[in-house]
Design a protein around this ligand. Structure first.
Ligand SMILES: Nc1ncnc2c1ncn2[C@@H]1O[C@H](COP(=O)(O)OP(=O)(O)OP(=O)(O)O)[C@@H](O)[C@H]1O
Length: 251
C-alpha cells in the first residue's frame, strides 16, 4: 500500500513583487510504501526540513499535493490537519525538544498517558531507569531515546525524524538508529529520516537524494548494509559534482 504520495510539490518562501522568492521545493514527486524506512540526504538548504513540514502539514505548499493514507492533507482545514498530525505522525528532531522541568515520564506522557505503553517503550529503549529523572540529568544519546519514545507513544505509524542523530557521537548514533529501526520492524511504521550521515542512512531500505529542491537520485538497498554504504558514498560524490557545477554556473 502507498503510504505517502507527493505530486508536483513546490514551496517558494518570501516571494513578493520585487523578489521571486526562495524555491525550497522545486517539483517533488515521491511515493513511499507503508513500512518503508527512507533516508533523505542532500546538502544544507536542499529542502529536507521543508519537505517534512509539508508531509506533516505544519506548513502549506505553494502548489502540489501530499496524500497520506489516501487523504489529500491540504484539502483538510487547519483543525482537521492538526488532528491528522496528532494522530498519525511522530516527530523526532535534532534537538530533542524535551521540557526541562518535566520528568522523563511526564515528557513521554504528554501526548498519551498510558503507563503500560510508557513502561514497554522505555524498557525497549533502555531508558526505564530514568523515568523519574529530569532531562538535564541525561546524556544527549539518552535524551534522544526519550524523544523517540515520545514519537512512538501515540501509535503514530508515520515517523518523521529530522537529523535525529545530528548531536550524537558515532557510537550513540549507531545505537539510536538500531533501536529505532528494530522497533520499526516490529510495528511496521513508515519511517522518514533526514540525515547528513551516510552511515546512519545505510541502515534504511531506501535513500532519496535532494539537491536544490529536486530529487536527483533514489536508491534501494538490495545488498548488505556495508555495500549499500559504498553505493551511498558513490551517490554523494555525484551530488558533490552537481553542487560544484551549480557553483561554477553562479560564478
Ligand atoms: N521560513 C523560511 N523563509 C524563507 N526561506 C526559508 C524558510 N525556511 C527555509 N528557507 C529556505 O529554503 C531552503 C530549504 O531550507 P530547508 O531548511 O528545507 O533545507 P534543509 O535541507 O533542511 O537544510 P539543513 O540540512 O541545513 O537543515 C533554504 O534555502 C532555506 O534558506
Amino acid at each position: 500500500m502507498k503510504k505517502i504520495k507527493i505530486k508536483n510539490l513546490y514551496k517558494v518562501y518570501g516571494a513578493h513583487k520585487n523578489f521571486e522568492g526562495t524555491r525550497a521545493l522545486n517539483g517533488i514527486n515521491l511515493e513511499i510504501e507503508s513500512g518503508q524506512v527512507v533516508a533523505i540526504m542532500g546538502p544544507s538548504g536542499c529542502g529536507k526540513t521543508t519537505l517534512f513540514s509539508m508531509i506533516s502539514g505544519i506548513d502549506t505548499p505553494t502548489s502540489g499535493e501530499v496524500w497520506v493514507k489516501d487523504k489529500n492533507i491540504f484539502k483538510m482545514n487547519s483543525e482537521e490537519r492538526a488532528t491528522y498530525r496528532r494522530n498519525n505522525i511522530g516527530l523526532i528532531f535534532q534537538e530533542d525538544m524535551l521540557i526541562d522541568y518535566f520528568t522523563i515520564y511526564e515528557n513521554i506522557s504528554l501526548l498519551r498517558n498510558d503507563t503500560n505503553e510508557i513502561k514497554k517503550l522505555s524498557e525497549y529503549f533502555g531508558i526505564n531507569k530514568f523515568l523519574n529523572k529530569y532531562p538535564k540529568e541525561l546524556s544527549f544519546g539518552e535524551r534522544q531515546k526519550v524523544a523517540a519514545c515520545r514519537a512512538f507513544i501515540n501509535n503514530q505509524d508515520l515517523i518523521l525524524a529530522d537529523e535525529p542523530t545530528g548531536n550524537l557521537d558515532s557510537n550513540s548514533s549507531k545505537k539510536f538508529i538500531e533501536y529505532v529501526l528494530k522497533l520499526n520492524n516490529i510495528r511496521n511504521d513508515t519511517f522518514l529520516m533526514a540525515t547528513h550521515d551516510p552511515f546512519v542512512a545505510s541502515y534504511c531500505n531506501r535513500v532519496v537524494f535532494l539537491n536544490d529542491g529536486k530529487i536527483i537520485m533514489d536508491i534501494y538497498k538490495k545488498e548488505s548494509r556495508r555495500h549499500f554504504l559504498d553505493r551511498i558514498f558513490d551517490c554523494l560524490v555525484i551530488l558533490e559534482g552537481e553542487i560544484n557545477d551549480m557553483e561554477q554556473e553562479i560564478l
